[in-house]
Design a protein around this ligand. Structure first.
Ligand SMILES: [Zn+2]
Length: 143
């Protein structure tokens, strides 16, 4: 049994973790955020040709965020951020190019190398970043 948040995304998927020892069940206020995050993800899914989106990380409770080395003010803590791949569309660079080139609203879009991070924090800055091979981030996508 799963709890649907939108047509293609379930609560269990957006609060998934491989850290079985951590109770990552989101509180009700976060569930409400995850519902709106899912609605945004549906738009991303449509943009990518209605292909399957594989979520590797969505909501992270503080303990999980620490365990995975997440940023201290990570948008994953509030349920606004999702890490994903859309393998049948292309690699993260192709996915990021498609999203950055669309008119979709987002706060941050990060090409993380082996996945895409997108967040829908209400600031909606439409900031695009690429993870540098040597560490850190640079603005924009490689040309
Ligand atoms: Zn992320």
């Amino acid at each position: 049994m799963t709890t649907p948040l939108s047509a293609h995304f379930a609560l269990e998927e957006l609060a998934c973790t491989q850290h079985r020892e951590i109770d990552n069940r989101p509180p009700p206020d976060v569930v409400a955020v995850l519902r709106s995050t899912s609605a945004r993800l549906e738009e991303v899914r449509r943009l990518l040709g209605d292909r399957v989106i594989s979520v590797s990380s969505g909501y992270r409770c503080p303990q999980l965020n620490r365990a995975v080395g997440g940023a201290r003010a990570s948008a994953h803590l509030t349920g606004h951020a999702v890490d994903f791949n859309c393998y049948s569309f292309g690699d993260p660079q192709a996915v990021c190019r498609a999203i950055a080139g669309s008119d979709l609203a987002f706060d941050q879009l990060i090409e993380e190398g082996t996945w895409t991070h997108v967040s829908f924090d209400p600031r909606m800055r439409r900031q695009v970043l690429t993870r540098r091979a040597g560490g850190g981030y640079e603005l924009g996508l490689p040309s």
